[in-house]
Design a protein around this ligand. Structure first.
Ligand SMILES: Nc1ncnc2c1ncn2[C@@H]1O[C@H](COP(=O)(O)OP(=O)(O)OP(=O)(O)O)[C@@H](O)[C@H]1O
Ligand SMILES: [Mg+2]
Length: 420
């Protein structure tokens, strides 16, 4: 059946995957040979087992070009089996009655997936994108005695359904993490890319090439902060911002200043869950001198603002918020070096975790900020609101033909413009 010089080779790590096992997982970084291993193995089984049936699955398969069909055809060629297999638009069929088909889980319903019941192998490629629903549909469907499910994926998040599923231990599971250095045929082009990422972007390198989960760092909104202590000038202007809590959200407040032109210094925080109405003035007074300085607060609860104003926080008023205020506030904060006093642990945690959303299917970072880890951040944004005009940033305004400039809020409320 095989011609004289077939290139049938597998990396050492794959040896045990030839043994029967219900669930087989290969997880790891780019170029580790995961796809080639499963593709080669599938072709060998289709060539040697009469009536063998396999389905190659992705969560989303818009067209056959999204599938591993081409890779399987390449393997057929490399193994010298071109005369044995016939490929059509949608499937690969062997002279022994074996068949390999290609499906996207999202095109399937609970009823239509039943057509896979007699299959021997389901190979899920890019399994980090597999939804919990798809996994729940698929596992009971593969019910033929000896049927196997193979998963190959590049780890994205430890909460991804495939990661959770394949973390189980026992005779039914085999799962290894493999990386580029486990692949004896790791190509030079990829090596070049890998070396560049390693040198320039260690977080990306760990995620893309070493199979680490995507660190939050890549999706993080703020990178411009550090913990530290600063002695601001005696005449510095203090700013105060407050975000009200709701059932499960804490109330948060911050006191901050701009000790020099490029620094935003967060000196104090207050942070508490489940505050009753009458506790709010004392809560805000936990920020030094809050009774004396203007305080800007979330406008969603005017009754609390009222209550606080009548109970000692005299200069409190509602922030305006409005369309684009989150983005404007965030880019304003991004334009400074933020220094967080060591006592402000909640502030530090939120700055670390405040993140853009990532697309659960592609892992790509989206231009939308997650509505999480933002209590102190929101308070800070409200406190900064007087520093933007008409929702526009004071900093970084660049008009055509003008040099970029940065403006600073003066004590009297005016703006000092400086060309950068
Ligand atoms: N058995 C093999 N024989 C020859 N070359 C191989 C073999 N396995 C892998 N390679 C080479 O290594 C490269 C990477 O392998 P493969 O595409 O299977 O990695 P992967 O882990 O699926 O990567 P990705 O995460 O990018 O999908 C292939 O393009 C091929 O050049
Ligand atoms: Mg692959």
């Amino acid at each position: 059946m095989l011609d004289s010089s077939p290139q049938i080779e597998f990396p050492e790590y794959y040896r045990e995957y030839f043994e029967p096992c219900r669930s087989k997982g290969l997880r790891g970084g780019r170029g580790s040979g995961k796809s080639h291993c499963f593709a080669g193995h599938l072709i060998l089984r289709a060539a040697s087992e009469e009536g063998f049936r396999a389905v190659c699955i992705r969560e989303v398969q818009r067209s056959i070009a999204d599938s591993v069909k081409q890779l399987l055809e390449d393997k057929i060629g490399a193994y010298g089996l071109s005369a044995f297999f016939k490929t059509t638009e949608t499937e690969i069929a062997g002279a022994n009655g074996s068949r390999i088909i290609f499906k996207g889980m999202q095109n399937h319903t609970a009823a239509s997936i039943k057509s896979l019941e007699g299959f021997d192998v389901a190979w899920v490629e890019e399994a980090q994108t597999l939804s919990a629903k798809s996994l729940e549909l698929l596992t009971p469907t593969m019910r033929k005695p000896g049927a196997e499910i193979w998963f190959s994926w590049n780890p994205e998040s430890e909460e991804d359904p495939v990661d959770v599923f394949m973390r189980q231990e026992g005779a039914d599971f085999i799962c290894r993490t493999v990386n580029w250095n486990d692949n004896p045929w790791f190509p030079n082009v990829l090596r070049g890319e890998m070396e560049r990422d390693k040198a320039r972007d260690p977080d990306k390198y760990e995620h893309v090439w070493n199979g680490a989960y995507r660190g939050l760092s890549e999706a993080r909104v703020f990178r411009n902060f550090r913990q530290g202590e600063i002695k601001p000038p005696a005449n510095v202007v203090w700013f105060y911002g407050v975000d009200w809590g709701f059932s499960n959200d804490p109330a948060a407040g911050v006191r901050f200043c701009f000790p020099d032109k490029k620094t935003l210094y967060i000196r104090n925080e207050v942070y508490e869950l489940g505050l009753p109405m009458e506790a709010h003035p004392t809560f805000i007074a936990g920020l030094p001198d809050a009774a004396k300085w203007p305080v800007r607060a979330d406008n969603a609860r005017p009754e609390i603002i009222d209550y606080c104003r009548r109970h000692g926080i005299r200069k409190i008023r509602a922030a305006k918020k409005g369309k684009g205020s989150v983005e404007d506030g965030v880019s304003f904060i991004q334009s400074f070096d933020v220094v967080i006093h060591p006592s402000c642990a909640n502030t530090r945690r939120e700055f670390q975790r405040y993140a853009y959303k990532t697309d659960s299917r592609t892992g790509e970072i989206l231009p939308v900020i997650e509505d999480k880890n933002n209590h102190v951040i929101d308070a800070l944004r409200y406190g900064c609101e007087g520093l933007h005009r008409k929702g526009k940033l004071i900093t970084d305004t660049v008009k055509a033909g003008e040099a970029p400039r940065r403006g600073y809020f003066k004590e009297d409320g005016g703006v000092n413009w400086k060309t950068i």
